[in-house]
Ligand binder design. Structure first.
Ligand SMILES: O=C(O)CCC(=O)C(=O)O
Ligand SMILES: [Fe+2]
Length: 347
């Protein structure tokens, strides 16, 4: 196996303290980070570390349920909500990520997809409280990006309104399984999250101290292409600063006429000295547009589409890339592979 190529890249840390009075400076910093790296860490954001610890406790409570209990709230690709296990296949790998996840939303997408109060008392309330706090931080970032692009300040906030029943915004609890650290004669790769880009406007990622593995690979020029390079940069969780790792998604890349970069990233399949093999928890908050939001950048580089059309197009590009990848895999094999799980709709 050829060793992974790593290069040092600066992932900026941006403080949101005194947001109202410093909004111009914060906007400048965010715009620079979005133009150059597509990833940045946000500190002084107002969500306390104890609130972050509490939602991780809730996440562990959920995932500690037996599979037959979690299977009462199965993932629905149509709603982009619910629980799934060892099911997501990325076009970059053509194989399942070894993880389980539970996707929650604010509105009707969750009908029938919350576990009942007897099974998990207060879980729904605690989760929604945390999600509202994550939305609060997202709205500050949206305000700055709207200013940076010359839109009205509340332009992105309105297009991602979580008070509408049809809100598409997703909070995804993630649980990666421990990877066996044993000789691996078959060369099987235990993917955690294969390389991918997110489809949403912005993602807020919460991590736990010591549970590393997130890596980024900047360099993408247009939001409609899939390729990525081969040199990676590690992004370590900084729990002491209570940092939230944020990244631009394809929606903001497209909405900014490709000025802000949606960057390839992965949770590395551990295989080299120093890699983290342990169980890993993370939480991703995906800001998804309302279905009727109208999406077009100030330079009109791409035709106007609705939020619903944008997500559908992203899904079909992803599906096609996955089919191509699986076909390449089949051509290499003499035997017909087993049936592959359905493609899911996550960002
Ligand atoms: O678990 C992580 O650290 C990253 C997850 C991620 O990139 C995703 O779910 O889109
Ligand atoms: Fe991601």
């Amino acid at each position: 196996m050829t060793p992974t190529k790593y290069i040092d890249r600066q992932v900026p840390t941006i403080s949101l303290h005194d947001f109202e009075s410093r909004i111009d400076d914060i906007t400048t910093e965010l715009v620079n980070a979005a133009e150059n790296v597509g990833f940045f860490c946000v500190v002084d954001h107002g969500i306390s570390r104890s609130a972050v610890d509490r939602i991780f406790d809730q996440s562990a409570r959920f995932f500690h349920q037996n599979d037959d209990v979690k299977a009462r709230v199965p993932f629905s690709p149509q709603h982009n909500a619910g629980w799934e296990k060892n099911a997501q296949i990325r076009p970059s790998t053509g194989a399942v990520d070894r993880k389980e996840s539970y996707q929650m939303q604010f509105g009707e997408g969750m009908n029938g997809r919350w576990l009942d109060e007897t099974t998990l008392p207060s879980f729904q309330k605690e989760s929604l409280d945390f999600m509202r706090q994550a939305q609060g931080v997202s709205e500050k970032l949206m305000t700055c990006f709207a200013r940076g692009l010359g839109f009205e300040e509340d332009y992105f906030i309105k297009a991602h309104d979580i008070n509408r029943e049809s809100s598409q915004t997703v909070c995804r609890l993630l649980h990666y399984f421990e990877t066996p650290q044993v000789p691996n004669p078959t060369g099987e790769v235990f993917h955690r999250a294969g390389a991918h880009v997110d489809w949403d406007l912005l993602t807020l990622l919460f991590q736990k101290a010591g549970q590393s593995g997130l890596e980024i690979c900047p360099g993408r020029e247009v939001s409609t292409s899939f390729g990525y390079g081969d040199s990676w940069t590690k992004v370590e969780p900084d729990a002491s600063k209570n940092a939230i790792i944020c990244n631009v998604g394809d929606l903001l890349m497209s909405w900014s006429d490709d000025r802000f970069k949606s960057t390839f990233h992965r949770v590395k399949a551990p295989c080299e000295p120093g890699d983290y093999y342990g169980e890993r928890y993370s939480i991703a908050f995906f800001n998804q547009p309302c279905k009727d939001a109208k999406i077009q950048g100030p330079l009109k580089k791409y035709p106007l589409v609705t939020g619903e059309e944008f997500t559908r197009n992203a899904m079909s590009r992803n599906y096609k890339a996955l089919q191509d990848k699986l076909r390449q895999g089949q051509e290499k094999q003499t035997e017909v592979p087993q049936a592959v799980p359905a493609v899911s709709a996550q960002a």
